[in-house]
Design a protein around this ligand. Structure first.
Ligand code: HEM
Length: 169
């Protein structure tokens, strides 16, 4: 579902502008230089709001490795950022998130199997936007940047949720 319903133009295709894509990509270009730190902050925020979400990750259960040193958590954090950037580029080009069918089915089934709920995706959106806001220069952050990231994320998650439906598995 789109963060901004007014952008829906036809049968599921959305209007995502070049400016919106540029807002996502230019902020990511700054953040990716510090991806370990950014990924750590992102997950700290998720676990602050939803401490139980930690238990969803097999590699965090019974692990003594501090969060900031856990390579798998960093990989997951980067997957969220990078796939949201890719979603922004696809939305601008085609009006849709066009993750390969097999990838979306695997992502859907992994999240379904591990008990990831709508509430987790919402907390993760909140954490994503807060992390970006704190990571980019104050003069760069804007409601439009927030909206562009939020919209790309919402469409990506809608695709993952589609893959989570038992019929699509
Ligand atoms: C746009 C949002 C997200 C993206 C792009 C994403 C991406 C991924 C990817 C690429 C994997 C590895 C899948 C595989 O290899 O089969 C994964 C696994 C997983 N994700 Fe996400 N994810 C997202 C949101 C979330 C959220 C919000 C949560 C929960 C707070 C979550 C929890 C998990 C868990 C528990 C696993 C399995 C980890 C394990 O091996 O134990 N994901 N995700």
């Amino acid at each position: 579902m789109a963060a901004n319903g007014s952008n829906v133009v036809s049968r599921g295709a959305v209007r995502f502008t070049e400016e919106q894509e540029a807002l996502v990509l230019k902020s990511w270009a700054i953040m990716k230089n510090d991806s370990a730190h950014i990924g750590h902050r992102f997950f700290l925020k998720i676990f602050e709001v939803a401490p139980s979400a930690r238990q969803l990750f097999s590699f965090l259960r019974n692990s003594d490795v501090p969060l900031e040193k856990n390579p798998k958590l960093k990989i997951h954090a980067m997957a969220v950022f990078v796939m949201t950037c890719e979603a922004a580029a696809q939305l601008r080009k085609t009006g849709r998130v066009t993750v390969r069918d097999t990838t979306i089915k695997r992502l859907g089934s992994t999240h379904f199997k591990n008990g990831v709920s709508d509430a987790h995706f919402e907390v993760s959106l909140f954490a994503l936007l807060e992390t970006i806001k704190e990571a980019v220069p104050a003069s760069m952050w804007s409601p439009a940047m927030k909206g562009a990231w939020g919209e790309a994320y919402d469409h990506l998650v809608a695709a993952i949720k589609q893959g989570m439906k038992p019929a699509a598995a």
